[in-house]
Design a protein around this ligand. Structure first.
Ligand code: ADP
Length: 725
């Protein structure tokens, strides 16, 4: 832009001068306006259009145009030419600059103003003459647009529709226009560069932020990884490609410290391979581990693991050591994990011991173990099973049908159903069946098994045991026969004893009667010795009568027991006391009792039981006045009775013996008796399903206890009809 456009007016006449001055003042005003628009941020296109209009106003008849030079400096592009025909604008858009390319192409090429006064004749326009003339364009002068460094940015052209030459004013105007366009372009380019720089700065900032975040993330991941490793109880370390420890977890540090082979902080940086190599002499496992480490390091194997003992002075320990290769880029790293597996090893050893014990036990007990998979119909037998079934291994198909084919035909259906039921709805299987050995011998087997199910309740496994119970079966049968035989002979014996003692009583009574008559008749006639002999005969016979009576009572406990029926034990006691009335009076005994229960018992035998015990309590009291208490306490499943006295008591060593028949602790001279009373008591109590025992302290009395279990009313195990006498 010219610094003093008014100088244009120099040399002109006065009237013209004022006219020119006015126009230039207006021109300056327009320039300021355009520049203000530019400063306010108007777009390049708007600015160009404003400049074009400004020029066209300033120089009427002129058609102005702005072309922009590509950054490569080779082609011109349409900038602004609102009043040139659109078709013309399109035709010259992209025009290659050159020495003879019209006014603009040439001006841009040489970087200097080009004035063509007549397009029709000027050689510069030769190639475009038709185009220009076709649009009524005849003259064109073009001014290069420069940036502040003198580089060509484009061209500003002024067209005329007739051949003409620019005046000095036109030249001034075109310079100003080109200058302003240059400012606009430069400004726009500066802004663009600025925006680019800003974008670049933003991108860089984003990159930096991204890097910062990535780094932060890396650190967090690293910390997380370490925290995770620290939370693991196994000892873990990472080795570099030479075997140097690059990181360790807390467990590794603790272990190292505890075992004194590495100082707490010296784990890192230690060459672990060298540590293992150094221990090679003393410990074969260290050498093996070093070899494994090397093999993984060299990539010969992807990983290595071994189990080894690592006993401390105080503890027996086992470890598993595992080495895995880890390669993310270069170099290779190894992860070493040592895990304490002592608990697992112990469990395994225990399991082994238990298994071998079980094996020994099942062999010794001749128990066969089997495992049936119902889903795949696979039956597995251990060696003992073949012994139990008496078949060689090669004759066993390993399917369920193999088992069925061994079953006794009479047990086949039941066995099949029991297995099916167990698989369908039971967890346990417990049965007995018969099998036929190949030699046709019959064997009784016992089977017990457990059924395993999946989550859906489907049976997936049945594990069980079989053992031969033929001997027990035979023995049980024999026992049953023997018991029946014994029962029969006992009944015969009882009947015989009953008959014999009953029949013996008759002649005895006759002997006693005769002897007594003889005593009376011979009174004073016999000498002293004969009299004494006769007395002995009478006493002996009486004693024999008592013995026979008691024996008869003993034998009748079983054979003549009555029905067990609800019995009021108060009544049973009352009867016993009535029977003992004479003795009670003679001894002036004090007898007390609790309220006694009603219970299922044989009323006669209960009364006899109480009578025997109270009778003994009266008898074994010596000179003391007898004090006897009969009690009854409810106990779980029945009642416990007691008969307590203040008599002579019983030495501890005799407390069992006194219940055996004929066992007495005193002579007849001291205490009369046959030694059968307590044996009868024991039989009665046992018949009721109870038990009898005595607690005593010599000199301080005895307490006889007996229990009568609670039971529903039922007939006695020995029917009252068993005896016919
Ligand atoms: P007997 O009374 O006919 O001797 P028992 O069978 O009734 O036979 O008793 C066996 C023995 O038990 C008695 O001889 C006696 O020595 C001892 N005995 C039984 N009851 C008592 C008791 N209440 N106090 C001390 N001793 C007893």
């Amino acid at each position: 832009m010219p610094s003093k456009p008014t100088t244009l007016a120099a040399g002109e006449c006065a009237s013209e001068t004022s006219d020119v001055q006015a126009r230039f003042a207006a021109f300056r005003g327009r320039q300021i306006q355009v520049l203000e628009q530019l400063a306010a941020g108007a777009s390049l296109e708007r600015t160009f259009q404003a400049v074009v209009r400004m020029i066209q106003e300033q120089s009427p008849g002129t058609i102005a145009s702005v072309l922009l030079l590509d950054p490569d400096g080779l082609h011109l592009r349409h900038g602004a030419a609102p009043d040139l025909p659109a078709e013309y604008n399109r035709a010259i858009d992209g025009l290659a600059v050159g020495p003879g390319v019209g006014s603009c192409g040439t001006a841009a090429f040489h970087g200097r103003r080009v004035i063509v006064s007549d397009i029709a004749t000027d050689p510069l326009w030769q190639p475009f003459k038709e185009l220009a003339l076709g649009h009524g364009l005849r003259a064109c002068w073009s001014e290069p647009i420069f940036d502040s460094h003198g580089r060509v940015l484009g061209t500003f052209a002024m067209y005329h529709r007739h051949a003409c030459h620019p005046s000095e004013e036109d030249l001034q105007i075109i310079r100003v226009a080109a200058h302003m366009a240059g400012i606009a372009i430069e400004r726009q380019r500066t802004e663009e560069a600025f925006r680019l720089a800003e974008r670049e700065r933003d991108r860089l900032e984003r990159d930096v932020e991204e890097q910062r975040r990535t780094e932060e993330l890396r650190q967090v991941s690293e910390q997380l990884a370490m925290a995770t490793l620290d939370a693991i109880s196994a000892n873990i370390c990472v080795l570099g490609d030479t075997g140097v420890i690059t990181s360790v977890n807390q467990a590794w540090l603790d272990f190292a410290e505890e075992n004194y082979f590495l100082q707490r902080d010296s784990g890192l940086g230690t060459n672990y391979l060298a540590v293992c190599d150094a221990a090679r002499e003393k410990c074969e496992y260290a050498g093996a581990f070093a070899n494994g480490l090397r093999a993984v390091l060299r990539g010969e194997v992807p990983e290595f693991s071994m189990e080894y003992p690592c006993h401390s002075p105080t503890k027996q320990r086992w470890f598993s050591g595992r080495v895995t290769r880890f390669q993310s880029g270069q170099p290779v790293r190894l992860v070493v994990v040592h895990e304490n597996i002592t608990a697992r090893r112990r469990a395994e050893e225990e399991l082994k011991t238990i298994s071998s014990r079980l094996l020994v036990a099942t062999r010794a007990a001749k128990i066969g173990i089997w495992d049936f998979d119902p889903v795949n119909n696979r039956l597995v037998w251990d060696d003992q099973m073949f012994e139990v079934y008496g078949i060689p291994k090669n004759r066993f198909s390993g399917a369920y049908e193999a088992w069925e084919s061994s079953l006794h035909p009479d047990d086949l259906q039941r066995g099949r159903e029991e297995v099916a039921t167990a698989l369908r709805e039971k967890d346990e299987f417990d049965t007995e069946f018969r099998i036929l050995w190949p030699d046709k011998s019959i064997h009784h087997l016992k089977a017990k098994a457990l059924v395993q199910r999946d989550d859906a309740g489907q049976a997936v496994q049945m594990i069980g045991a079989n053992w031969d119970i033929t001997e027990q079966k035979v023995a049980a049968e024999e026992l049953k026969r023997a018991v029946a035989e014994l029962g029969r002979s006992n009944a015969d014996l009882e009947q015989f004893a009953n008959v014999a003692s009953h029949d013996l009583q008759e002649p005895l009574r006759a002997v006693v009667g005769c002897a007594e008559l003889l005593v009376q008749d011979s009174a004073g006639r016999l000498n002293a010795d004969d009299g004494e002999l006769l007395t002995h005969i009478v006493e002996g016979t009486r004693r024999m009568q008592t013995l026979i009576r008691d024996l008869l009572a003993y034998s009748r406990v079983g054979s003549r027991g009555g029905w067990l029926t609800p019995t009021d034990s108060n009544k049973a006691l009352a009867l016993a006391l009535t029977n003992l009335d004479t003795s009670i009076r003679e001894r002036d005994a004090v007898i007390t009792h609790d309220a006694l229960p009603t219970l299922v018992a044989d009323p006669t035998q209960l009364s006899q039981l109480l009578q025997n015990l109270i009778g003994n309590a009266l008898k074994f009291c010596k000179e003391r006045r007898p004090e006897i208490h009969i009690g009854a306490q409810p106990r779980e499943g029945g009642w416990q009775f007691s008969v307590r006295d203040n008599g002579i008591g019983i030495e501890p060593q005799y407390r069992e013996r006194i219940f055996v028949i004929f066992q007495r602790l005193h002579t007849r001279a001291e205490y009369a008796g046959t030694g059968i009373g307590l044996a009868i008591c024991k039989r009665i109590v046992e018949r009721h399903g109870g038990r009898i025992w005595v607690e005593s302290e010599p000199g301080h009395g005895s307490t006889f206890h007996f229990t009568i279990p609670q039971k529903e009313e039922f007939s006695a195990w020995t029917s009252p009809t068993a005896s016919n006498r």
